[in-house]
Structures are given as structure tokens and as C-alpha cells.
Design a protein around this ligand. Structure first.
Ligand code: S3P
Length: 167
């Protein structure tokens, strides 16, 4: 796999974006960056605190800033994005211009079964709301995706191998 530009992983919370990007990074010798972790380091606060202080709007502004910063990096990078990155229209331009987007598909129910700790995810507090949010975002994930990979019933290494074959 010879990457010449960033690859972005998008999909709903619990899709496995961070785990798959990390796994691929290890097997392919390319660096991976988790956007939420990057944001937390940059801001010196947890995502949960950023939401508590500035609301979703405050978080989205930081997220767009960071996406632009990472998208402008010349090195090949595997970037796992937060699940809500697609709700900001300006981010779609970054995806189009900066790299290749892999959409990891998951249903809200499957995501809920994978997420053991919802305390770090302010927007995954109850299943009904998560289902609605997931449904609402489907066309947005599809709009930015260069490829989509179903994650249903697959392990992280299996998903990573599938992505590697595509890249
Ligand atoms: C969010 C997803 C989270 C995080 C924030 C908002 C969302 O990332 O960015 O809590 O709106 O779906 P993960 O998808 O990595 O959980």
C-alpha cells in the first residue's frame, strides 16, 4: 500500500474507525491520528468538557479547524474522524480536496453493543436518540465516501484487511 495523501475514516460512533485506523497503521507502517484525541490534546480538555462548556456548536468549530489542519498535512496519514464530522457542510469540502474517505457502516444497535462506556460520548446517551441520529447522518456519510465498508459481524483485523485491499 503506497499512500500519497490522507485517508479519512468516517461513520457513526462505534463503527470502529479508531481501531481500524490503528490496526492498519501498524500493519502498513503509516501513522494514524484520532481526531478526538488530537482535539483533546490541543484544547487540554476532554471532548465531554468541550461540549459542556461550548455546546455542540463550540465542539464543531474546533473539529473543523482540526480537520483542515490534518487535511493540509503532506504526509500520508490514517485519520479517524469523530462520528459527527459530516454534519458540518464545510468539512465536506476538506474531504473532497484533501484525501480519500472510507465510510465504515454500522447500525446504531450494533454500535450500542460495541460501546461499553457512553460517558465519553455526549451524543450517545440513549438508544432511541442514537438511532435517529444515525439515520439522519446516513446520506451525509454516503455523500463524502469514496468507498464504504460494511462492518456488521466483522472483526477489526478483518475490516482492516478489507480496507487495505481497497487502498
Ligand atoms: C460525535 C462522535 C464522537 C465525538 C463527539 C461527537 C458525534 O466521536 O467526536 O462525541 O457527533 O457522533 P466517535 O465517533 O469517535 O465516538
Amino acid at each position: 500500500m503506497e499512500l500519497t495523501r490522507p485517508v479519512f475514516f468516517v461513520g457513526f460512533m462505534g463503527a470502529g474507525k479508531t481501531s481500524v485506523a490503528r490496526r492498519l497503521a501498524r500493519t502498513c507502517g503509516v501513522a494514524s491520528v484520532d481526531m478526538d484525541t488530537y482535539i483533546e490534546r490541543r484544547e487540554g480538555k476532554k471532548v465531554k468538557e468541550i461540549f459542556a462548556e461550548g455546546g455542540e456548536e463550540g465542539f464543531r468549530a474546533i473539529e473543523t479547524d482540526v480537520l483542515r489542519e490534518l487535511g493540509a498535512k503532506p504526509d500520508p496519514l490514517l485519520i479517524s474522524c469523530g462520528g459527527g464530522v459530516v454534519v458540518t457542510p464545510a468539512n465536506h469540502d476538506v474531504f473532497r480536496e484533501a484525501g480519500f474517505v472510507v465510510y465504515l457502516e454500522v447500525t446504531a444497535d450494533e454500535a450500542a453493543s460495541r460501546i461499553s462506556d457512553t460517558s465519553t460520548r455526549p451524543l450517545f446517551q440513549n438508544l432511541e436518540a442514537a438511532r435517529a441520529r444515525c439515520e439522519e447522518r446516513l446520506p451525509l456519510y454516503e455523500a463524502v465516501a469514496n468507498v464504504r465498508v460494511s462492518t456488521a459481524g466483522k472483526s477489526v483485523p478483518a475490516i482492516a484487511r478489507e480496507v487495505q485491499r481497497i487502498l
